[in-house]
Write a protein that binds this ligand. Structure first.
Ligand code: ADP
Ligand code: MG
Length: 758
C-alpha cells in the first residue's frame, strides 16, 4: 500500500511505502531508515526580510546600548557606557535601576523568567531559571527584578566540576553579572527567558568557570600592552583589548541516521565505520553549491543568531562530505566567546527543527577531515587601532615589530601551554592528521616578514630590502598583503596580515580557555619586552636604539619557533625536535605543561589564575579525558558485542546453511567459494571476539584501584596507553567485518550513507 504525503513546508508530494522493506531473514535493516530520510524536505520558517529587514532584526533580543539608551535614565546610561568603555567597575547603586530597566524590556518582549547564564568547567553553558512573578497580598502577581538578583545568583552548584577546589560541604558557587557582555533573550517554543551573562566563582572567590580567567587575562593584556605602548611613547592610548573571530566547522547528518547510531548519540562520534569508498578525494564538496535543505537550516540558524546580535558573516561547504563552516565578524574577546557558545547552541537546536543533527565533535568520522575552530586573534587600542597592523609609517612599523617580537617570545617560551589549552580526547584524533596543524607549536610569518626578522637577527644587509628594514623605527617595512601571508594552511599559529590565526582549537570546545592562555602568555611577554626597553632607556640609551637592541636580542633568543614550511612534513618534525620544540602528541603528554612551577608562576604573575585554580583546571581536564575514554570504551564493547557480532553471526549462519543445503541438494557439489567466505568470516568474527575480550579486561583494569591509579594522571595514562589501543583493535576488526557482511544485515548506518544522504 502506498500513500502520497506532503512534507511540512514542501511543495513536492512524495510517495511513502507504508510497509517496511524486509531483508531476506526478516530484519528490517537500514532500508527503512532510508525511507524515513526521504521524507525530509527543506523546512520553511516564514522568515521574510522584505517585511522585517535584517537590520531591524539584528540585536532585537539584546539589551544592548541602543536598548539601554531608551530604557535607562540618561545619567545612568552615560555612567554605564563610560564604565564599560574604560573598564571600570559599575557603581553598585545603579544595579537596581539597571535591573528594573532590563526587566521592563524583557517583559515587554514576552519573557517570564531570567537566569544567570554562565560557563562552568564542563565546557558547556549552564542556566537556572527563575520567574519574574511575585504573588501579592490580594492573590495576584506582579513582575519583579531587583539589583540584588541581577548582580548575584546562588545556584545549587555542588554538581559542577571544581577539580578539588570546593568540597561539597561548602558547595555554594556564586554566579555574578558580567556587565561587559550584554544580556539577551533566549526564545523557546513556549516562552522567553532573559539570560544574564555571568561569571561563576566559589565562596572564597576562586574561579569555577571559563569566563573569570578570560576576563582576568584580558585585564593582564590591557595592563601590559598599555604600559608597553607608553614606553614606546604612544602615550594617548588608554586601553587595549583583544579581538577574536572564531571560524566554526561542523557536520550535519540526517537525524534518522543519528538515532540509529548509539555511538553518535552517546559519544558524539562514530566509534565504528569503514572508510567510505568515496571520501573527500574528489574535492567536490568544498565551497560547492549548498544543498537546499542545508541552506534552509543555515538561514534559520542565522536568523536566530541575528536576533541575538551575533554577527555571522560567512557560510560554506567545507572539505569533508557533510561538513560546513560558519564564521562571524570579529568582536571583542569576551563577547566573541559568549557568542560562539550561543552559536553552537543555536546550531544544535535549529538542526533538530530541520530533522538534522549538528555534530560539533572534532572527529565524528575517522578517515575524513575533522572539525576545528580557527581562532583569529589580535589586539586593538581604544582608538580602534589594530596592534598587529604593520602600519604605513616607520613609527607604526616599530610598534608592530615590538608587539610581534613579544608574541614570538610568548610562543617560544610557552607554546606548550597553548598546546595544553586545546588538549582533549576529541582533539587528539585531529591534530597532526592531514587536516589540522600538528601538535608542535610554531609561528608562521610568511616570507616577507620572516625575511625582516632574519635581517634583524643577523644584522646582515641582504640587498636593498633588508637594508630598509633592519633600522627599526627609521626605515619602512615592505608592504605585506594579507593574501601572500596566508598561503600556508598547515601552521598552528599563522600571521595572516593583521592578526594571528590559532588553528589548533577544537570545534566543540569553548574558545575561552585557549584565549585565556594566549592572552596570558602574550601579556607576560609584553611586560618582559617593556621592562627590557625601559631598562635600556634608563641607562640613557635613546629609545629607538633601545628598541632596536631589545628586538634584536629577543628575536635572536626566540626565532627557533618561527617556521614557514610545511608543518605536516616529516622533515619539520625532525627539525622541530632538533630545535627543542615540544611535541606533545596527545592530551596526556600535553596537560602537565599547565602545572609546571614556571607555568604556575606565570599565571600568578599575570593575575590570571592562582596555583590552586591552575591545579583544579589540570585535574578537570584530565578527568574529562578519562571520562570520555571510559564512555567510549564501554560503548565500543557494547556495540561490538550486541550489534556487530550478532550481525556477523547471522551472516555466518546464512553462509553455513547455504553450504549445507547446497551440498544436500547436489551431492558432491564443489562450493569452495562459499566455504572460503565462511572460513574468512569465522576468522574475522574470532578476531573481533578476541579484541572485545581484551578491551573488556582493560576496562575492568581501569576500574581496579590495584592497578596503581593513585592519581588522575596515572589513570589517564592507563586510558591512553591501554584502553585506546584496545578500542582501536575492536574497531579495526569490526570495520573489517563491515566490508564482508551482507549489507542488509549490517546494523549501523554506514559512512557512505550518513555523509551523503541528507
Ligand atoms: P579566512 O581565514 O577564512 O581566509 P578571513 O581571514 O577573512 O578568512 O577572516 C577570518 C576571521 O578573522 C573572521 O572571523 C574575521 O572577522 C576575523 N578577523 C579579521 N580581522 C581580525 C582581527 N583584527 N582580530 C580578530 N579577528 C579578525
Ligand atoms: Mg581563516
Amino acid at each position: 500500500m502506498t500513500k502520497t504525503l506532503q512534507a511540512e513546508g514542501s511543495t513536492t508530494p512524495m510517495t511513502i511505502h507504508s510497509k517496511p522493506i524486509k531483508n531476506s531473514r526478516g530484519g528490517t535493516g537500514r532500508a527503512n531508515l532510508m525511507q524515513s530520510v526521504r521524507q525530509h524536505r527543506p523546512q520553511t520558517t516564514g522568515i521574510d526580510y522584505t517585511t522585517t529587514p535584517v537590520t531591524e532584526i539584528y540585536g532585537s533580543n539584546v539589551f544592548n546600548r541602543v536598548t539601554m539608551r531608551s530604557y535607562l535614565p540618561k545619567s545612568i546610561y552615560k555612567a554605564i557606557v563610560s564604565a564599560l568603555d574604560n573598564g571600570e567597575r559599575l557603581d553598585p547603586s545603579m544595579a537596581d535601576i539597571v535591573a528594573n530597566a532590563m526587566k521592563d524590556w524583557a517583559v515587554e518582549k514576552g519573557a517570564t523568567h531570567f537566569c544567570h547564564w554562565f560557563s562552568p568547567l564542563t565546557g558547556l553553558t549552564a542556566e537556572k531559571h527563575d520567574a519574574f512573578i511575585t504573588p501579592t497580598a490580594d492573590d495576584k502577581a506582579l513582575v519583579e527584578f531587583s539589583g540584588k538578583f541581577l548582580v548575584q545568583g546562588e545556584p545549587d552548584a555542588s554538581s559542577f566540576p571544581s577539580g578539588g577546589i570546593r568540597s561539597t560541604f561548602e558547595a555554594r558557587g556564586y554566579t555574578g553579572w558580567d556587565p561587559t557582555s550584554p544580556a539577551f533573550i533566549m526564545e523557546g517554543t513556549n516562552g522567553k527567558t532573559l539570560c544574564i551573562p555571568s561569571v561563576f566563582c566559589s565562596y572564597s572567590g576562586q574561579a569555577l568557570d571559563k569566563k573569570t580567567p578570560l576576563l582576568r587575562s584580558l585585564e593582564a593584556i590591557n595592563k601590559q600592552a598599555v604600559r608597553l605602548l607608553h614606553v614606546l611613547d604612544n602615550k594617548t592610548v588608554k586601553r587595549v583589548s583583544c579581538t577574536v573571530g572564531p571560524e566554526q566547522e561542523y557536520f550535519l547528518i540526517d537525524e534518522t541516521f543519528y538515532l540509529a547510531r548509539p555511538d553518535l548519540i552517546n559519544a558524539g562520534r562514530a566509534l565504528f565505520g569503514a572508510k567510505p569508498p568515496k571520501g573527500q578525494e574528489m574535492e567536490d564538496h568544498y565551497w560547492g553549491t549548498i544543498r537546499e535543505r542545508v541552506l534552509a537550516f543555515m538561514m534559520d540558524a542565522e536568523h536566530e543568531l541575528y536576533k541575538l546580535g551575533v554577527p555571522v558573516k560567512t557560510r560554506h561547504n567545507e572539505v569533508a562530505p557533510g561538513q560546513f563552516e560558519v564564521a562571524p565578524i570579529f568582536e571583542s574577546s569576551n563577547i566573541a566567546c559568549d557568542h560562539n557558545m550561543l552559536l553552537m547552541e543555536i546550531f544544535r537546536k535549529t538542526a533538530l527543527k530541520h530533522g538534522l543533527r549538528c555534530l560539533l565533535h572534532e572527529k565524528p568520522f575517522s578517515g575524513i577531515n575533522g572539525s576545528g575552530k580557527h581562532n583569529n586573534w589580535s589586539m586593538a587600542d581604544d582608538q580602534g587601532n589594530n596592534l598587529l597592523e604593520p602600519g604605513s609609517t616607520p613609527h607604526e612599523n616599530e610598534q608592530f615589530l615590538v608587539v610581534l617580537t613579544a608574541i614570538i617570545r610568548a610562543m617560544n617560551k610557552y607554546g606548550g601551554l597553548l598546546r595544553a589549552s586545546i588538549a582533549s580526547a576529541n582533539n587528539d584524533h585531529r591534530l597532526g592528521a592531514n587536516e589540522a596543524p600538528p601538535a608542535i607549536m610554531s609561528v608562521y610569518l610568511g616570507d616577507k616578514l620572516a625575511e625582516v626578522v632574519k635581517g634583524i637577527v643577523t644584522g646582515k644587509v641582504d640587498g636593498q630590502k633588508a637594508k630598509r628594514v633592519i633600522e627599526i623605527g627609521v626605515s619602512m617595512l615592505p608592504e605585506i598583503s594579507p593574501d601572500e601571508s596566508d598561503r600556508n594552511r598547515t601552521s598552528p599559529f599563522a600571521f595572516t596580515g593583521n592578526k594571528f590565526e590559532f588553528r589548533a582549537v577544537g570545534s566543540s570546545q569553548s574558545i575561552a580557555w585557549p584565549n585565556t592562555i594566549l592572552n596570558t602568555i602574550v601579556a607576560d611577554s609584553l611586560q618582559y619586552v617593556a621592562d627590557a626597553i625601559e631598562a635600556e632607556t634608563k641607562k640613557g640609551t635613546e629609545l629607538k636604539k633601545a628598541v632596536q637592541a631589545v628586538v634584536k636580542k629577543v628575536l635572536t633568543e626566540n626565532e627557533r619557533v618561527i617556521f614557514n614550511g610545511d608543518n605536516y612534513s616529516e622533515v619539520w618534525h625532525k627539525e622541530a625536535e632538533k630545535r627543542g620544540l615540544p611535541n606533545a602528541r596527545n592530551t596526556v603528554e600535553a596537560l602537565p605543561a599547565l602545572v609546571t612551577a614556571e607555568a604556575k608562576a606565570l599565571f600568578t604573575r599575570q593575575g590570571v589564575l592562582k596555583e590552586d585554580e591552575v591545579e583544579s583546571r589540570y585535574n578537570i581536564m584530565l578527568e574529562a579525558y578519562c571520562k570520555t575514554i571510559n564512555i567510549e570504551s564501554l560503548l565500543t564493547a557494547e556495540i561490538a558485542s550486541t550489534m556487530i557480532l550478532p550481525a556477523a553471526i547471522e551472516y555466518q549462519h546464512q553462509l553455513a546453511s547455504t553450504i549445507v543445503l547446497t551440498k544436500s541438494a547436489i551431492g558432491g557439489a564443489q562450493i569452495t567459494a562459499e566455504e572460503g567466505m565462511l572460513r574468512d568470516l569465522c576468522h574475522k568474527i574470532s578476531e573481533l571476539h578476541n579484541a572485545i575480550e581484551v578491551l573488556n579486561s582493560f576496562i575492568k583494569g581501569s576500574k581496579d584501584d590495584e592497578n596503581g591509579h593513585s592519581d588522575v594522571y596515572t589513570h589517564a595514562r592507563y586510558y591512553q596507553e591501554r584502553v585506546i589501543t584496545a578500542m582501536n583493535e575492536v574497531r579495526h576488526a569490526a570495520d573489517e567485518l563491515e566490508t564482508v557482511v551482507d549489507d542488509s544485515l549490517w546494523p549501523l548506518p554506514k559512512f557512505r550513507e550518513m555523509l551523503y544522504i541528507y
